[in-house]
Design a protein around this ligand. Structure first.
Ligand code: DX5
Ligand code: ZN
Length: 223
């Protein structure tokens, strides 16, 4: 796989033909499928659950599925997502009373695990669980909707987390989610991200291959 992962968020795909959309975006060069799960409780929107994840697997999707849980509580649904074919499951620390237990539960179910930080969520949640993380996801918008603008302070937060990961010596991916576009992806990469969620920037264009190629060209310029 590429060192830099481009993860289209299917939140902005055409849900009436989701299998085809996912096939097309993967054929266009995407690395992973970003799967946004919302419950109209933790965030003010309602989306998709394990049935849709399973349907994508049955449709033939073999790429990693990166399940971003914006739901509360999280533990009950984790085994369902694992059975449905999730590869990575991330959740927000505010949504779990027992973060350590939830991270372990994800790994016990055979998935990669990760924590998600809202723009206003402090990083101290990382302190005692670094060894249980495969992914740290920083939100660069407040979660709930696609198509919002990138919050610039996320760049400083990325730099902080990049240092924490590097100092730890652990193999943890650093993902960014919200307002990622061709014109800011280079700066985001330079700040330390290696996994780039993009919803409206990709699905809002007619030619997915061109957007993804343009993003990769920008990433290459970041060195
Ligand atoms: C927002 C979701 C994102 C969203 C990103 O709550 O977690 O994954 O789809 O959409 P864009 O790339 O349009 O900001
Ligand atoms: Zn997301």
């Amino acid at each position: 796989m590429n060192p830099n992962w481009i993860a289209p968020s299917i939140l902005s795909a055409n849900f009436a033909k989701l299998g085809e959309e996912v096939d097309n975006v993967l054929a266009a060069g995407a690395d992973v499928v970003h799967f946004d799960v919302m419950d109209n409780h933790f965030v003010p929107n309602l989306t998709i659950g394990p049935l849709v994840c399973e349907a994508l697997r049955k449709h033939g999707v073999t790429a990693p599925i990166d399940v971003h849980l914006m739901i509360e509580p999280v533990d009950r649904i984790i085994p369902d997502f694992a059975k449905a074919g999730a590869s990575i499951i991330t959740f927000h620390p505010e949504a779990s009373v027992h973060i350590d237990r939830t991270l372990q539960l994800i790994r016990d179910n055979g998935c990669k695990s990760g924590l998600v930080f809202n723009p206003g969520t402090p990083l101290h949640y990382l302190e005692y669980v670094m060894d249980k993380l495969d992914m740290i996801l920083l939100m660069s918008v407040n979660p709930g909707f696609g198509g919002q603008s990138f919050i610039p302070s996320a760049l400083d937060k990325l730099r902080q987390v990049r240092k924490i990961i590097d100092d730890s010596g652990l193999n943890i991916r650093l993902e960014i989610d919200g307002g990622v576009k061709t014109d800011n992806i280079r700066a985001i990469k330079a700040a330390g991200a290696d996994t780039f969620v993009a919803g409206s920037a990709i699905f809002g264009q007619p030619d997915y291959k061109k957007v993804i190629a343009d993003m990769r060209a920008e990433l290459a310029l970041a060195g």
